[in-house]
Ligand binder design. Structure first.
Ligand code: NAI
Length: 328
């Protein structure tokens, strides 16, 4: 089709934005045959920097980029958006308590949820990358009553990709050999990367590894704390990898997860696997044409149960905190 797809991105002048926009504009998200219109939201003080990024986008002369609009008003920037990638968020700064962080981000995602509700296209899909991603998605979803709840997702694909890469290294395989890996729960240190249902070259991954101590003491903490390790090494948080995962997640959501495999995505819980209904919880999902379905029927042993419940408990706490603040 020749009608451009309108992709809104928030926090567009930030670190992740600097990787993400160029990949969307070059066709990595929607393909080389689909023109894309970028609609970029920033806070007022960052608009000048964003103008510089737009100059660079122009200078790339991407054939797929149909146009770029920027602004600091969500009701204008989200107008007619088909896909919204909510990346911009308030980082935790020195002296900020967790409650302050939830409150600052709550204000952002309340306003953006309302704006999407008002002006986005009927087929809008929303992916939240900005942290705390799951709870920010919950806030936006709750403030957008006219948008079907399944249109809101939060990013755990970076965790999924990190887990793929760790497991490939451990088993001497490539990421292509690995299927059916799952990140359960919150995009936080309580997340549960699960290889008990995964396959390496068609064989059960946990059996191929054959080392429960490695799973518990090495693999899970390495994946869950990878963000902190990147900050320690690079001096700033993961950006190119987060942008790449944001693309992977949106692309698979719109165009379908690979046959014989699934992906991890935080979606509204319907109570599957005993997780409280209504939380934005990362599940194994199969996607197609902008829809997703939670993979059902996986056998959950006591070890996995404990991890899945612990990360759910953290999300319940976050939900209670934002409910207490009157944000949802
Ligand atoms: P950054 O600080 O470089 O950029 C964030 C941008 O958002 C800034 O330019 C800021 O001006 C903008 N912003 C703030 N409030 C806004 C608002 N109300 N509307 C529009 N824009 C707004 O941060 P970076 O590195 O790009 O990360 C962005 C977010 O992504 C952070 O919350 C970070 O924690 C999160 N993140 C999530 C990951 C995940 O896997 N879910 C992985 C890595 C980062």
């Amino acid at each position: 089709s020749t009608t451009p797809v309108k992709v809104a991105v928030t926090g567009a002048a930030g670190q992740i934005g600097y990787s993400l926009l160029f990949r969307i504009a070059s066709g990595d998200l929607l393909g080389k045959d689909t023109p894309v219109q970028l609609q970029l939201l920033e806070i007022t003080p960052a608009l000048k920097a964003l103008e510089g990024v737009v100059m660079e986008l122009d200078d790339c002369a991407f054939p797929t980029l149909a146009g770029v609009e920027i602004g600091d008003d969500a009701n204008t920037v989200f107008d007619g958006a088909n896909l919204a990638l909510l990346v911009g968020a308030r980082p935790r700064t020195k002296g900020m308590e967790r409650g302050d962080l939830l409150e600052a981000n709550g204000a952002i995602f309340t306003a953006q949820g309302k704006a999407l509700n008002e002006v986005a296209a009927d087929n809008i899909r929303i992916g939240v990358t900005g942290n705390p991603a799951n709870t920010n998605a919950l806030i936006a979803m709750t403030n957008a009553p006219d948008i079907p709840q399944e249109r809101f997702t939060a990013l755990t694909r970076l965790d999924h990709n990190r887990a793929l890469s760790q497991l490939a290294a451990k088993t001497g395989s490539t990421v292509r050999d690995i299927k059916k890996l799952t990140i359960w729960g919150n995009h936080s240190a309580t997340q549960y990367p699960d290889i008990f249902h995964a396959e390496v070259g068609g064989k059960n991954a946990a059996e191929v590894v054959g080392d429960q101590a490695w799973i518990e003491n090495d693999f899970i903490p390495t994946v869950a704390k990878r963000g902190a390790a990147i900050i320690e090494a690079r001096g700033s948080s993961s950006a190119a990898s987060a942008a790449s995962a944001t693309i992977d997640a949106a692309r698979d959501w719109l165009h379908g997860s690979p046959a014989g495999d699934w992906v991890s995505m935080a979606v509204r819980s319907d109570g599957s696997y005993g997780i409280p209904e209504g939380l934005i919880y990362s599940y194994p999902v199969v996607t197609k044409g902008g829809d997703w379905e939670i993979v059902q029927g996986l056998e959950i042993d006591d070890f996995s149960r404990g991890r899945m419940d612990a990360t759910a408990a953290e999300l319940v706490e976050e939900r209670d905190a934002v409910t207490g603040l009157g944000l949802i």
